[in-house]
Design a protein around this ligand. Structure first.
Ligand SMILES: Cc1cc2nc3c(=O)[nH]c(=O)nc-3n(C[C@H](O)[C@H](O)[C@H](O)COP(=O)(O)OP(=O)(O)OC[C@H]3O[C@@H](n4cnc5c(N)ncnc54)[C@H](O)[C@@H]3O)c2cc1C
Length: 414
């Protein structure tokens, strides 16, 4: 008899499984990838303290600890549906249906695509695919590349490609359109990058960050943004150039770009072609929450968390009895935070299951505090307003599910 089914063997899922198993619950973890670790497997970056974050080592550590705690891990198995049957959840997988009273959804995040002409040519990939091919499968993705889209993930992965001796020639923006959204607006991109300027390897970006926080100065800064770009780790970041088309016959041969004004509008007559043999598209991340949707879990739209996210409490409970969430499915943040949320969800499940002994409340309180602390100290912050997003979600939860006078009709479904 299984007590808990964890879907996703990334940092959130593995940490959740460990906390459940430490509290005496029988746990099974399912993941569709060939090995556990989730997105940790691709991560390698230096923190502002100078320490290296080695995702492969972290995932190994979590995997070994899970095994020591007798967690049963099944890789290469996909979950395509979950449904509630009285007091149990049925989890439908590619190897059959599993049943348990508790489910932890830790399915992570996915990348926004930015479609543009030529994006189906061989040699075009998402920036996350470039990370996986380089750091997980050790495949050289090309010799000279162009990244379309500038966000925090772009710079983390740019650095990883450089460490693997892969040359990224330039970073340009996508053409402004309803599909590219803010990713095609130079000023918006600049604003989001400034919140991460303390991480910038370029002293120019670091020095400029205070100056650029002022609105008026930022507009001027964009106006006079150098045509040749600002170098980030040696690679020009060209915020005033937009990609119009990826060109090539059999495979990628280059990108047709044009200059833009400060608003991202194309300046006619400025088109040029930059050669490349691979192109990475970086459109940003959103929570991968389909399984929460098919389960009937209510959602909230909170842009600061990355869009539509399953409604949940700070202890990772959803309004559906027995259904818990952790990690990027609840909002886009770093691996360390996903791990801390997983631990919180694990103790929360143990408390609901009546396990973990008298110390369980203390473990849970400490786990929640740890998430807040790690968030404050976080080196990588995908959304500068993440704390506001988290507060919004907590307030919505308190208003809908915790104040008896304010009970909502969908309270305690399931
Ligand atoms: C492309 C990409 C690159 C990233 N790079 C960084 C980075 O460099 N640094 C950083 O700090 N953060 C990075 N992140 C953020 C990253 O998501 C978090 O750091 C962290 O890995 C999130 O942990 P998680 O456990 O929530 O999800 P993940 O680590 O994504 O793990 C989720 C797991 O769920 C599995 N899964 C999903 N759906 C199913 C299903 N239906 N059935 C079975 N299994 C399923 C997946 O295979 C995956 O292994 C990146 C995210 C993405 C998407």
């Amino acid at each position: 008899m299984i007590d808990v089914i964890v879907i996703g063997a990334g940092p959130a899922g593995l940490a959740g499984a460990i906390a459940c198993a430490s509290s005496g619950l029988k746990v099974i973890v399912i993941d569709e990838f060939i090995k556990p670790g989730g997105r940790l497997l691709g991560q390698l970056h230096q923190e502002p303290s100078g320490e290296w974050w080695n995702g492969i080592k972290e995932s190994d550590r979590l995997h070994q600890e899970a095994i020591r705690k007798s967690v049963n891990i099944h890789c290469s198995v996909s979950v395509f549906n979950i449904e509630k049957d009285d007091d149990f959840w049925n989890v439908h997988t590619s190897i059959g249906t599993l049943t348990a009273p508790f489910v932890l959804l830790a399915t992570g995040a996915a990348e926004y695509p930015i479609p543009l002409p030529g994006w189906t040519l061989p040699g075009v990939m998402s920036i996350g695919a470039a990370q996986v091919m380089t750091n997980v499968h050790r495949v050289q993705i090309g010799k000279k590349g162009i990244i379309i889209g500038a966000n925090i993930l772009t710079f983390a992965i740019l650095n990883e490609l450089q460490l693997a001796d892969i040359h990224v020639d330039r970073i340009v923006l996508p053409e402004k359109s309803p599909l590219s959204g803010k990713a095609g607006e130079p000023e918006e991109v600049m604003k989001s990058l400034l919140s991460a300027a303390h991480l910038a390897p370029s002293p120019l970006l670091r020095m400029g960050s205070q100056f650029m926080k002022n609105n008026w100065l930022r507009k001027k800064g964009m106006k006079f943004f150098p045509k040749s770009g600002v170098k980030v780790n040696g690679t020009p970041l060209l915020l005033r150039k937009a990609a119009l088309e990826i060109i090539g016959t059999e495979k990628v041969e280059g990108v047709r770009v044009a200059d833009t004004d400060v608003n991202g509008t194309i300046i006619p007559g400025t088109e040029t072609v930059n050669e490349a043999d691979f192109v990475c598209i970086a459109g940003g991340l959103y929570p991968l929450a389909e399984l929460a949707a098919v389960s009937g879990c209510p959602f909230q739209y909170i842009p600061e968390l990355g869009g539509h996210v399953p409604h949940h409490s700070e202890t990772m409970e959803t309004p559906l009895t027995g259904l818990f969430v952790a990690g990027n499915i609840t909002g886009i943040e770093s691996g360390k935070i996903a791990m801390a949320q997983g631990t919180t969800a694990g103790y929360s499940i143990a408390k609901h299951a009546g396990k973990g002994g008298p110390a369980i409340d203390e473990h849970l309180t400490q786990a929640v505090q740890n998430v807040r602390l790690i968030r404050k100290q976080s080196a990588i912050q995908f959304n500068p307003d993440i704390e506001r997003g988290r507060r919004k979600m907590s307030e919505l939860w308190e208003n809908l599910y915790e104040k008896p006078a304010n009970l909502h009709p969908i309270q305690k479904l399931g």
